[in-house]
Design a protein. Structure first.
Length: 132
């Protein structure tokens, strides 16, 4: 009986410790060290749409390389600070260069990130980013 009780406690401990991974860490780890490309609501002169190539560094910093959507020509690189909250929200801070972006309801599958985009806390629409 004592062996059965020890085995039961060992099983409970194994199950309990394996579920300690935080959802924040999973989303953060999925993004970190990768480049994700897509439309994050940037325009040149308010008319020409830009594509963002966001590099999420593992230290919470990164870059957003902006290219013209129509011909892919490089325009500029913006420095960012970013973080992942819960298992479905990404916050991107551009400092005083541009309003912050927040991706809510993040869903990632097969190298494709889908979310609701908020620019300066105002809903902007659904977006898709692709892992490069």
């Amino acid at each position: 009986m004592k062996r059965l009780l020890i085995a039961a406690f060992a099983l409970l401990a194994a199950v309990g410790f394996s579920s300690c991974e935080n959802d924040d860490d999973r989303l953060y780890d999925t993004l970190a060290g990768r480049v994700w490309a897509g439309d994050l609501g940037f325009y040149q002169d308010g008319r020409y749409p830009l594509v963002s190539y966001i590099y999420f560094k593992a230290n919470g910093f990164g870059t957003d390389r902006l290219h013209f959507a129509d011909n892919g020509e490089y325009l500029d690189t913006l420095d960012i600070r970013w973080d992942a909250y819960g298992d479905d929200t990404i916050y991107i801070d551009y400092g005083n260069t541009a309003p912050p972006r927040e991706l809510r309801g993040v869903y990632i599958r097969r190298g494709e990130l889908r979310a609701e985009l908020y620019i300066d806390d105002i809903y902007s629409g659904r977006v898709m980013l692709y892992m490069q």
